[in-house]
Design a protein around this ligand. Structure first.
Ligand code: CP3
Length: 347
């Protein structure tokens, strides 16, 4: 853990430094997005989703919206994990109602065509967004930068978008270790550059989203989730000591403890399925973040309140950041988020 941050004044940095708190800091994955009318308004004028990600003025505004509305303890940069393949030269588009569509990379020539070196230059508008947000945030609010983990980003790059069975990406990883390792190596290089540039621009914490960490058997999990993440954490530690890293190995289950130990992260994001007794045990290893079911936030009322209270009861004794187990869903009524904040802050 990060000793310097125990003395930090921002609640999120204190938690990541290992300090317990009676009122945990709270932010929500996907806290900016379609459930907010003020987001939909800006989104309607922005052109494509990627245009919005590359418009520093609009992206900064959208980043700040949930912080203003709810007084969240953190802002997370508004961007996407797929700006990295876009900046490496792969064709990436977001189609309305369809999600991301990419020109699939499935062989050595496709991998060699990707350029991991110019990524930070091409993503300059993203860092301009970080600078704007950093300048506008209240003193006690932490700015979180992020990237997708190489494995998760590779799933979209190889499948050509979202997938149900991950047939292509797993097939490639099992069949052609050399080609898949070359792809992951390029992603490690690009991801390090991308995170360091966000930190340079003012990000105080970075989160690595490994949304699809839970679909691999043990050996492949070690090779494609743990090792690349470990390399990224080491590079951030080396170049930006004092900037805590949160890992989110969604669905990693019994592999979570080893992921924490080997990668050296400061905080772990836990999905909804992790039992609270297990989460509390993990707090002896690092700070824990999570893990309310996003569907409970859609439902609101007593079921949400009861579940939030049991999470608080189990985890406020150790270093803890309240969050969901995955992102806010577009159907979420904004007033349920306000209700959740009241419960967490004991108001
Ligand atoms: O958390 C935040 O508020 C910051 C912004 C953020 C977005 N995507 C904005 C977004 C973050 C951190 C992400 C990460 C991301 N993107 C992940 C990892 C986390 C997770 O949710 O599992 C993944 C897998 C992606 C890839 C991605 N982006 C998909 C599959 C989709 C389509 C599905 C959908 O919800 O529409 C996106 C689009 C996307 N990224 C939207 C937002 C707000 C919706 C696009 C829109 O507004 O039109």
């Amino acid at each position: 853990m990060n000793d310097t941050s125990v003395h930090a004044t921002k609640p999120l940095l204190r938690a990541l430094g290992g300090a317990p708190s009676e009122t945990p800091p709270i932010w929500l994955m996907r806290q900016a997005g379609r459930y907010l009318p003020e987001y939909r308004e800006i989104r309607a004028d922005a052109g494509s989703f990627l245009d919005l990600c590359y418009d520093p003025q609009k992206a900064a505004e959208v980043t700040l919206q949930p912080v203003r509305r709810y007084a969240m303890d953190a802002a997370i940069l508004f961007s996407d994990i797929l700006v990295v393949p876009d900046a490496m030269g792969q064709d990436v588009a977001f189609r309305e109602g369809e999600g991301p569509v990419l020109e699939p990379v499935r062989d050595a020539a496709g991998v060699e065509a990707l350029d991991p070196i110019g990524v930070a230059e091409r993503l300059a508008p993203v860092y301009a967004t970080v600078e704007r947000v950093a300048a506008a945030l209240p003193d006690d609010v932490t700015l979180i930068g992020f990237a997708g983990a190489p494995w998760t980003v590779a799933t979209y790059m190889v499948e050509g978008g979202s997938s149900k069975d991950f047939r292509e990406v797993k097939g490639l990883a099992y069949r052609d270790d050399g080609v898949f390792a070359a792809l992951v190596d390029r992603l490690v290089t690009a991801t390090i550059a991308h995170l360091l540039a966000q930190i340079d621009a003012g990000a105080e914490v970075v989160q690595i989203f490994d949304t699809w960490a839970g679909i691999l058997p043990e050996t492949a999990f070690e090779r494609w989730c743990v090792q690349p993440t470990k390399a990224i954490v080491a590079a951030v530690r080396d170049k930006a000591p004092g900037v805590p890293v949160i890992g989110f190995p969604r669905g990693a289950g019994f592999n979570t403890e080893r992921y924490i130990a080997e990668t050296g992260i400061d905080g772990v994001g836990l999905d909804t399925a992790v039992p609270l007794a297990v989460a509390a045990r993990l707090q002896t290893r690092c700070a824990v973040q999570g893990n309310l079911d996003p569907i409970l936030l859609v439902e609101g009322g007593a079921p949400m309140e009861t579940a939030a209270r049991s999470i608080l009861g189990a985890l406020t004794g150790g270093p803890f950041i309240f969050n969901l187990g995955h992102g806010v869903l577009p159907q979420t009524p904004p007033e349920h988020v306000a209700q959740l904040l009241q419960v967490v802050r004991g108001e």
